[in-house]
Write a protein that binds this ligand. Sequence first.
Ligand code: PHE
Length: 354
Amino acid sequence: MINKLDALYTEFKTKIETLSTQPDVLNLKSEYLGKKGLVSDVLKSLKDATVEQRKEIGPKANAIKDQMTKDVVSKLSDLELAEINEKLANNRIDITLTDDVKNTNTHSGGFHPRTLIQREIEDIFLSMGFDILDGPHIEDEFHNFEALNIPGDHPARDMQDTFWFHNPHEESEQKKHLLRTHTSTIQVRGMQSRKPPFKFIAPGTVFRCERTDASHEMVFNQLEGMMVGEDISVSHLIYFMKTILKEIFKKEVEVRLRPGFFPFVEPGFELDIKCLICNAKGCSVCKQVGWVELLPCGMVHPNVLKAGGIDPEKYNGFAFGLGLDRLVMMKYGIDDIRHLQSGDLRFNTQFRTF
Ligand code: PHE
């Protein structure tokens, strides 16, 4: 019987060497090692053997089985390796572009100019210790108006033409929903979620039901900022604003501060920059005035702090709402805000950075 087992193994070994596919190897495995396989067949005759013989044959049979299993595993991995090598040799892709391909009409991707500016501003504010917050586009009246010191009957609601969601089942006025008209909603969410002192910015898209022209869009982008702590003053505000403008334009930019009215700040300002499109000569972007309103801002109104859960006796702060699209226009000399949303590749590809 030992001879039979040895012969079986030699035969197995010769066969497995000739095989070249994984299924063939697996078939051979079950032919020899399966329940009804050749090795089991031989072992069936063990029942007629003497105890002595069994002691000798048992371990031998197991050793042969083990060896066969090892041979199968190693053959399978050899085949796999051979397959991979073959693929590597034959399926090569040449990823270098030849000149004739480069000259065809292929476009590589790039960033929208607003993304470029937004990232730049985020980096600058992060380096100054600000957090970056986000908020929902669909808001309720509380976050967009009430908490910002704009009660229901306040005429300031008309300053921002609002897209309302109509829900006939709405029970209370307070719960009416709308598309946020400014990123100041995130001031409220920011105050509610942290304890002073804190400072953050919040870039985002806002919506107004307005006529569009060279400097107005219905869907546009702002970058809100807020700093709350003890003894914050207008000079902090001006410092941060000038720093950011200098970093973005890589030069000192002329600014002017005018009084401005926003119910959520007191005092409130309009920070304008000298129009860089026409160099203050007058153009459609600056409406022939030479200055562009870029940054409404002011000291946070005590009522707003209260609505955000902050004690106005102890803390104060500033807030600003940077017009992100206008900044992009100034930086890149774009004369119509509508280009930004046009999706026109001739426009977009001018700002490619790679
Ligand atoms: N939310 C105001 C607007 O969109 C801008 C603003 C923000 C003004 C913060 C003052 C302070 O018009």
